[in-house]
Design a protein around this ligand. Structure first.
Ligand code: FAD
Length: 271
């Protein structure tokens, strides 16, 4: 199928992009890498009147160290996250996103804004306690990654807001493990565990509408409990649904196994 007709605007600044979104009054959409939006348009699951292309906006493709974190510009491609060496956890997670073609176009801001419950970056952002930077005509605001994601493909982003960057803290220790049927598929279960500021967070993708924080498991990990106890607590916190890819029981069993694997792969920060 082909998309419904739309107007196209190539923004040259964040201000121009948010002005265009405001003018479209709910009928505008940002296009970044297009890897999720274009299929949605082609299937006519969305029919925006205006597409606002942010790819030429200067300053959104940078990776900058800020106060114990890396500030990842909204337009940083997944492939660049794989290549960079300053944040090994992000590099490992981004390696699992789709295939080379998708990683070379898809963006960090696009993945966070699209909020697919099976996507890797929202899970890692939740485990790290990341901060999302958002701009609109009214100014700027920040949101924790956990609050930003409100449901499957749902966020707190208003119609006239754009994500400009995500601050991804550098963990002291971390682990990442994913189970997918074929290389490049979305994960059936994705586990990210990160120790930031002396406390562990465990986030699990694929077992609910948003990345699940396994808080009891986190407390056990902070207290030095053995990995099998932590993994069992994480699996108990998950309430996945059955779908064509896997039953709820299977996903829960995979949650326990992949929390164990993530903790088994626990890596020290490379200073
Ligand atoms: P776009 O497609 O351009 O936009 C997606 C949505 O986000 C749109 O609603 C758009 O309006 C909004 N948006 C984009 N940028 C911003 C912004 N800065 N501010 C506000 N709103 C914005 N992803 C995974 O995580 N894991 C996978 O395994 C995976 N496999 C894939 C396999 C295939 C075959 C395909 C086609 C895609 C796959 N993806 C996967 C999706 C891919 O990672 C996308 O790149 C990503 O989800 C969205 O990024 P994008 O830059 O392409 O966003």
């Amino acid at each position: 199928m082909k998309p419904a007709p739309f107007d196209y605007l190539r923004a040259t600044s964040v201000r121009e992009a948010v002005q265009a979104l405001a003018d479209a009054a709910g009928d505008g959409k940002i296009i970044a890498g297009g890897q999720s939006l274009v299929p949605v348009l082609a299937l006519r699951m969305a029919r925006p009147k205006v597409l606002v292309d942010i790819n030429r906006i200067p300053g959104l493709s940078t990776i900058v160290p800020v106060d114990g974190a890396l500030r990842i510009g909204a337009l940083v491609r997944h492939a660049r996250l794989v290549e960079q060496t300053a944040h090994p956890m992000l590099a490992e997670a981004a390696r699992w996103i789709g295939h080379t073609a998708i990683r070379s176009r898809g963006t960090c801001g696009g993945s966070i804004s699209h909020a697919d419950p099976a996507a890797e970056l929202p899970v890692v952002a939740a485990a790290l306690g990341a901060t999302v930077h958002i701009a609109s005509l009214h100014g700027t605001r920040t949101s924790s990654a956990a609050d930003f994601c409100t449901g499957p493909l749902e966020t707190t982003l208003a119609d006239d807001e754009v994500v400009t960057a995500v601050d991804m803290p550098l963990p002291q220790r971390w682990g990442f493990a994913e189970f997918s049927r074929r290389h490049g598929d979305f994960g059936l279960v994705t586990v990210a565990a990160a120790e930031v500021g002396g406390h562990w967070r465990i986030a699990i993708g694929g077992v609910g509408g948003v990345p699940l924080r396994a808080e009891e498991a986190e407390q056990l990990l902070d207290a030095g409990a053995p990995p099998h106890e932590v993994a069992a607590a994480a699996a108990a916190a998950a309430s996945p649904s059955s779908d064509i890819h896997a039953s709820a029981e299977y996903r829960r069993a995979m949650t326990e196994e992949f929390v164990l694997r993530a903790l088994g792969q626990e890596k020290e920060r490379v200073a």
